[in-house]
Write a new protein. Structure first.
Ligand code: BEZ
Length: 283
């Protein structure tokens, strides 16, 4: 395998690039070459080394490429959420064991002892019963060590008025942050952005959102999306703009009027043949 030639054909990789930038090659050929390279060669090298580092040199400063299993592809909707084991404020967590048959919300924070993060974590603690009602486990992440987390949790409880009632991953080695692409080097080389992943019981990624460090997220919106996902999984409906639980929903266009009669006995209003509005079926 000629690694230099491979890199040469990816001219848009920035000198500062981390491994993931390789996936942004325009050429599909190179994309697939990368995938095949990753799956075949990584495994064979791992027989000798736990991981190896490869240095690309063609026309660019040397860029180390970490081929360990943590260097995953960018996640997309519908992908299987990768499993991991990491320390947390509630002990070591195996993600799949932690999630079990529930849904999960995995969300990252740039850093401990930061004001926006403090308010977010306090609010998620307050919402915990709402997540539980929906069979959702919440799991935070920050790239600082457990000793910092423990101290920070005290601050969060003191200032936000809620018990800290869910685990916060101590991802000091960036294992999970890298696996879930939570570090965006052009925003910040080392800290995570504010990522949110909603993962269903089949471990499929159902939502990905990314906020900048300076903007606190709206966790009521995360609950709203979970309501929508859980509803649309069970019925042939979609949810319209600004929908919230209890509002009317939209019958999916793929369903014929004939079939819709059986499924939606309350009837519907057809504003257009493709825009049929019906009361929320499970209310
Ligand atoms: C914060 O959580 O307050 C924060 C973190 C990183 C950058 C800006 C704000």
């Amino acid at each position: 395998m000629n690694f230099q030639a491979f890199f040469y054909f990816c001219p848009q990789i920035e000198p500062k690039a981390n491994n993931r930038k390789l996936l942004y090659c325009d050429s599909l050929d190179i994309y697939y070459q990368f995938l095949s390279f990753k799956s075949n060669i990584t495994l064979s090298f791992q027989r000798t080394f736990s991981s190896f580092r490869l240095f690309f040199v063609s026309g660019f400063p040397s860029v180390p490429y970490d081929t360990s299993m943590e260097a995953a592809m960018t996640l997309r909707l519908g992908d299987t959420a990768p499993n991991f084991t990491q320390d947390s404020t509630e002990g070591t967590i195996d993600f799949y064991d932690f999630v079990g048959d529930s849904w999960a919300v995995l969300f990252s924070h740039p850093k401990d002892f930061t004001p926006v993060c403090t308010t977010e974590l306090g609010y998620v603690g307050k919402l915990k019963p709402e997540f539980e009602k929906r069979n959702v486990k919440v799991l935070g992440l920050s790239v600082d060590p457990l000793s910092d987390h423990t101290q920070w949790v005290g601050d969060i409880e003191e200032t936000q008025g809620h018990q800290f009632n869910f685990p916060l991953l101590a991802d000091a080695d960036r294992k999970v942050s890298n696996l879930y692409d939570m570090i965006h080097p052009n925003a910040n080389d080392t800290l995570t952005v504010r990522s949110v992943f909603i993962i269903d019981p089949a471990k499929k990624v159902r939502l990905i959102i990314t906020y900048p460090a300076s903007t606190g997220r709206n966790f009521d919106e995360i609950l709203r999306v979970i309501d929508s996902l859980q509803l649309t999984d069970g019925y042939k409906v979609a949810t319209p703009v600004n929908w919230k639980d209890g509002d009317d929903v939209i019958i999916v266009p793929a369903l014929s009027d004939e079939d819709a009669k059986d499924r939606f006995p309350k009837g519907w209003v057809a504003h257009k043949p493709y825009l049929r509005v019906t009361p929320q079926p499970n209310k």
